[in-house]
Design a binder for this molecule. Structure first.
Ligand SMILES: Cc1cc2nc3c(=O)[nH]c(=O)nc-3n(C[C@H](O)[C@H](O)[C@H](O)COP(=O)(O)OP(=O)(O)OC[C@H]3O[C@@H](n4cnc5c(N)ncnc54)[C@H](O)[C@@H]3O)c2cc1C
Ligand code: SF4
Ligand code: SF4
Ligand code: SF4
Length: 401
């Protein structure tokens, strides 16, 4: 059991989510991430067998194929989800939430709940740093995770980065002791595995809370480069900044250039273009939310594709589901400190375009590639009828005006 197992079972199968967890846990420090955000080792196979201590931690922590959600549900809630909780996971409360401060709200993807929660946690001293997604300073179209204790940096990093963006490798060597994390379902799955594993207790004790944002699928960096170069006709060397949900909600993909100009593409165009730039892992992924974060968040508007297509401007809210006691306390901290406002609202999985697309797409993948797809807590006896992705988008997004 060594690095070669990770290579064969995950990397060679295109099952890597690029979460970075294997880098964080490797005691021999032989795994790093390459320019495509994939783990690699520069050692040849003989050197691997000399240096790799065959602890198998990289494979055990990896959420690429084994997400281990039921075991994490037992760890967190003392039970696994029941069929009625198939798509929501086990939850305490759901609210529509928005940030009070317009400098957070207007910079966020939705209502700025994620950013407001991180800022509240830092201000209160609950954490001494948070893990968010920034941009590479030299090549600003490339996402780069950052651990920060600076409030303004957290606010600058608000908004979704619809691009593969590893973050958990940063947990490896850090001066911070109490960290709040925002990430996608696969990243939360890796974190819960780290928290449950007896050999990764040192890493686990640094993690104070996890927030996940819903994920219909992420996109390779080549997708972002395609939009910039081929759809907006901007050479990459001219890029000063990239924002995926800029301006009026639900926002547009906007590229700022070094000559202080900008060009944009409506969100629904981004969704269509990005279809060609997905990994097998994302296309076969079942978990829109993992259901095992302390707090799960999505857009308040359940179909921003349709809103962007029809030119609607819905109210700017995030749907916030609290699952654990720390998650509930964190939301209360945000509200009681005046950073966030929250209004109770039921979460309806049937209305969420992202969730429904993921549900049917992953269901077809499970049938087409038995044995190769990631496991999932939502794999109850599958009664889903076959439905094509384009059909779901069309039926859920066409509106009679
Ligand atoms: C790939 C992807 C797919 C998504 N699919 C859906 C969907 O189908 N339906 C839906 O309702 N919502 C989806 N979302 C979430 C949605 O876009 C908003 O992020 C969410 O509603 C939170 O909004 P907010 O205003 O509360 O967050 P904000 O206040 O804007 O904060 C967002 C936080 O998330 C962090 N972040 C951004 N991108 C990433 C990333 N790639 N990896 C890790 N952390 C990141 C930022 O650093 C920031 O801290 C998706 C997000 C991503 C990144
Ligand atoms: S030392 Fe352990 S974690 Fe590192 S590559 Fe080898 S088996 Fe994986
Ligand atoms: S999914 Fe995460 S842990 Fe698994 S190989 Fe990829 S980066 Fe490493
Ligand atoms: S689709 Fe699944 S694997 Fe891909 S980024 Fe989203 S949660 Fe992770």
């Amino acid at each position: 059991m060594s690095y070669l197992q990770l290579q064969e079972e995950i990397l060679d199968q295109d099952l890597c989510t690029s979460c970075g967890a294997c880098v964080a846990v490797c005691p021999a420090n032989i795994i790093s991430l390459n320019d495509a955000f994939l783990p690699e080792t520069t050692l040849d196979s003989e050197m691997i067998s000399n240096v790799c201590v065959s602890c198998n931690l990289c494979s055990e922590i990896c959420p690429g194929r084994e997400t281990d959600v039921p075991a994490s549900e037992m760890f967190l809630f003392g039970r696994t989800r029941i069929p009625e909780e198939r798509w929501t996971g086990i939850m305490q409360k759901s609210n529509l939430v928005s940030a009070v401060d317009s400098s957070i709200r207007d910079r966020a993807s939705a209502g700025g709940a994620a950013t407001g929660l991180l800022v509240s946690a830092l201000r209160s001293g609950l954490v001494d740093a948070v893990l968010v997604i920034d941009r590479d300073k030299e090549r600003p179209w490339i996402p780069q995770a950052i651990l920060t204790d600076d409030e303004q940096t957290i606010i600058n990093c608000a908004q979704s980065t619809y691009c593969v963006a590893p973050n958990l490798h940063l947990l490896k060597e850090t001066k911070y002791e109490r960290i709040g994390i925002v990430g996608l379902a696969c990243e939360i799955q890796a974190i819960r595995k780290i928290q449950r594993h007896p050999k990764t207790a040192d890493l686990a004790k640094k993690i104070v809370f996890t927030i996940e944002i819903g994920c219909a699928s992420s996109t390779k960096l080549s997708g972002t480069e395609h939009l910039i170069e081929n759809k907006l006709n901007i050479p990459l060397e001219e890029v000063a900044n990239v924002r995926y949900r800029d301006g009026q909600y639900p926002g547009a993909f906007t590229v700022y250039t070094k000559d202080d100009k900008s060009k944009e593409l409506p969100f629904f165009e981004l969704v269509k273009e990005f279809k060609k730039f997905k990994t097998f892992r994302c296309l076969s992924c079942r978990d829109w939310w993992s259901g095992i974060a302390d707090i799960s968040i999505s857009d308040g508007d359940p179909n921003i594709y349709a809103s962007s297509q029809h030119g609607d401007i819905p109210s700017r809210f995030s749907m916030v589901v609290t699952r654990t006691d720390i998650g509930q306390r964190l939301l209360e901290l945000g509200v009681n400190s005046g950073t966030l406002v929250a209004v109770p609202e039921k979460f309806e999985p049937e209305e969420s375009l992202g969730l429904q697309r993921k549900r049917f797409r992953s269901s077809s993948f499970a049938k087409e590639y038995p044995g190769r797809v990631p496991d999932s807590a939502v794999l109850f006896p599958d009664d889903d009828a076959e439905r094509e992705d384009d059909e779901i988008i069309a039926t859920m997004s066409n509106r009679i005006s």
